[in-house]
Write a protein that binds this ligand. Structure first.
Ligand code: HEC
Length: 220
């Protein structure tokens, strides 16, 4: 993978590129093939659609993305967020650019090794243990909790969200409590659960709930 002579490897590792994209970019960008739903930055299926239709090749698109990764335009989004420079660099930046350029506006689903590069999040169930319900954020950076379901018992409880993704998240239940936004660490709050209730927990960072970062806590 490392090229000593400085020649760019046209056979970039798109599987590694997809993983990195989901982890480092997906919270801000929507890209259908990658399953990411971020809305802070431009939709990357739409961003190159016109150029591609106009005959701009995917190699050229790859170059534009690579350059953007190293030297973002620095125009803030509507939320005032700027794209950080060099979230990935070196070969990693080439891998990410190659992946995004190859799947942008393609539609459908990734196949083969790409299909299994990033495990879908949300399949688990968190169960209260010793008065704590622990619902981690997806460690791969997808806008989802690892568990879209949780089960608690009536009475006092600590709801916590360990976050190893590097993307800022919190956990909130309207009317019950709100943890702080954390990028690395654990967001938590204490609450009293009512018997027989169902609560919705979600991330209050703009766009994250809409992208799928929510789940149902059932008290039994
Ligand atoms: C914190 C949010 C954030 C993250 C993380 C982020 N971006 Fe961006 N991105 C933006 C914003 C905001 C813009 C629009 C302003 C600009 O062009 O710099 C943007 C613009 C872009 C564009 C230009 C799209 C166009 O319409 O021309 C590309 C390509 C892009 N990002 C790719 C990436 C890649 C690849 C990563 C991961 C390495 C990434 N971004 C990570 C916020 C983000």
């Amino acid at each position: 993978m490392l090229s000593a002579c400085g020649v760019k490897d046209p056979q970039a590792d798109v599987v590694a590129g997809k993983k990195l994209f989901v982890q480092k970019c997906g919270a801000c960008h929507t890209l259908g093939r990658a399953g990411t739903k971020g809305t802070t930055g431009p939709n990357l299926d739409e961003a190159f659609q016109e150029s591609l239709k106009g005959g701009f090749g995917r190699t050229a698109v790859r170059g534009v993305i690579y350059k953007q990764i190293l030297f973002p335009n620095r125009l803030p989004s509507a939320d005032g967020v700027k794209m950080p420079a060099k979230l990935v660099d070196g070969d990693n930046a080439h891998d990410v650019a190659a992946y995004v350029a190859s799947v942008s506006a393609v539609g459908g689903k990734d196949t083969g090794l790409l299909a299994t590069a990033v495990q879908a999040a949300g399949g688990g169930t968190a169960t209260e243990k010793n008065g704590v319900i622990s619902i981690p954020a997806d460690p791969n950076g997808q806008l989802a909790y690892a568990d879209a379901k949780a089960i608690g018992q009536p009475g006092p409880v600590t709801v916590e969200m360990p976050n190893k993704s590097g993307v800022g998240h919190d956990i909130v239940i309207d009317g019950l409590g709100k943890g702080q936004v954390v990028t690395e660490g654990t967001s938590s709050f204490k609450a009293d659960l009512a018997a027989g209730q169902k609560y919705t927990y979600y991330c209050s960072v703009p766009g994250h709930r809409q992208a799928g970062m929510q789940g149902t806590l059932t008290v039994k």
